[in-house]
Design a protein around this ligand. Structure first.
Ligand SMILES: NC(=O)c1ccc[n+]([C@@H]2O[C@H](COP(=O)([O-])OP(=O)(O)OC[C@H]3O[C@@H](n4cnc5c(N)ncnc54)[C@H](OP(=O)(O)O)[C@@H]3O)[C@@H](O)[C@H]2O)c1
Length: 330
């Protein structure tokens, strides 16, 4: 059966205006694939990098890495989900900005009945990211309850989930955010401290909060604007986990800087290394489902847009006007 689906496609890289709503054919899944009908799609900052061409993909390109809906058909060899199942994913390749799509089944998991589609679309990519950051991207000796970590953009989609999950793990998360209102939101969601990094010197505040010692880990998704100063927030042997570049990519730096600042470690992490096998994907998703179903982590969907309104959604995300998660409704 071939039908068509309303889909957001770009034919060139550029601003939000390059995203066009088009009807595209959706065919049958091949081996290892499935067809899903989306009930909700997630908006992520990576969509901006892909739209602008900062992360290269061949054109034309359908954007979107996160979605939830009903499986309509599965291809040969797919046994972990079946037609009629509720399902959700964070997955390559992009293509979630659509009513329906055919995609690899590997990163698609069954969605528990008590998790709504919009919640799932607001948490799969962001929540799995928090899982691998807080549970697997660790300094020497790991993290123990009471340890301080610094998490930038703490009121954003990834950030609000991180605040709650860190509190659950007993960590003292120091969150940064771009306004006093966002700082309040981070605190309400479990950050132990919040710093408005547009009006305060976050290095000085981190030193003050940690009694001069610094934190064991900085989780930095801002990139260019924060990288150098994030290193200054670390204690000796601390870890800088760079996982995004909302302000632009981190410029090249002298490796010797890490020695001078206390034998520091740096990693540039991505979710998709962790999602390289179906077993890992399922195990990580199970942990996410557990904290969400137990209400340890509440997914705050603060913005909803019709899929056709995606340009406005991108504008608001890039203008730092959103908080928490954003979903697109096909
Ligand atoms: N590597 C991975 O595995 C992975 C996975 C998921 C997400 N990420 C990264 O994690 C970050 C958060 O993703 P998200 O989707 O949840 O987005 P988000 O945090 O909801 O939105 C990005 C936030 O970054 C902050 N920001 C600081 N400087 C900015 C600038 N110059 N332009 C725009 N925003 C700026 C803003 O918060 P303030 O106003 O509070 O500063 C903004 O709200 C992104 O960088 C994303 O690429 C990485």
């Amino acid at each position: 059966m071939t039908s068509t689906a309303q889909t957001i496609r770009i034919d060139e890289f550029g601003g939000p205006e390059v995203m066009k709503l088009v009807a595209l054919p959706v065919g049958e899944p091949g081996p290892g694939q499935l067809r899903i009908r989306h009930h909700a799609c997630g908006l992520n900052y990576i969509d901006v990098y892909q739209r602008t061409g900062a992360y290269a993909n061949p054109l034309p390109l359908v954007l979107g890495m996160e979605g939830a809906g009903i499986v309509e058909a599965v291809g040969e060899g797919v046994t972990h989900v079946k037609p009629g199942d509720r399902a959700a994913y964070a997955s390559n390749p992009p293509g979630a900005y659509s009513e329906a799509r055919v995609m690899p089944a590997m990163n698609v998991v069954r969605l528990p009945d008590d998790i709504a589609f919009d919640t799932a679309a607001g948490m799969m990519l962001k929540g799995l990211t928090v899982q691998y950051l807080l549970k697997k991207t660790l300094p020497q000796g790991g993290l123990q309850p009471g340890d301080h970590v610094l998490f930038h953009a703490a009121a954003g989609g990834v950030g609000l989930i991180a605040c709650q999950w860190a509190r659950h793990l007993g960590l003292q998360l120091i969150g940064t955010a771009g306004s006093d209102e966002k700082c309040r939101l981070a605190l309400e969601h479990g950050a132990a401290h919040a710093i408005n990094y547009r009006s305060e010197d976050f290095v000085a505040r981190v030193k003050e909060i940690t009694g001069g010692k610094g934190v064991k880990v900085v989780y930095d998704s801002i990139g260019k604007d924060t990288f150098e100063r994030s290193l200054d927030c670390l204690r000796p042997f601390g870890l800088l986990a760079s996982f995004g570049n909302a302000s632009g990519p981190v410029p090249p730096f002298a490796l010797g800087t890490l020695a001078a600042k206390g034998s520091l470690y740096v990693t540039r992490a991505t979710l998709f290394t962790h999602l390289a096998s179906r077993e890992n994907t399922q195990a990580m998703a199970d942990e996410l489902f557990e904290v969400v179903r137990g209400e340890t982590v509440k997914v705050r969907i603060a913005q909803r847009y019709a899929l056709a309104d995606v340009a406005r959604a991108h504008h608001d995300l890039e203008a730092r006007q959103t908080t928490g998660s954003t979903v697109l409704m096909p």
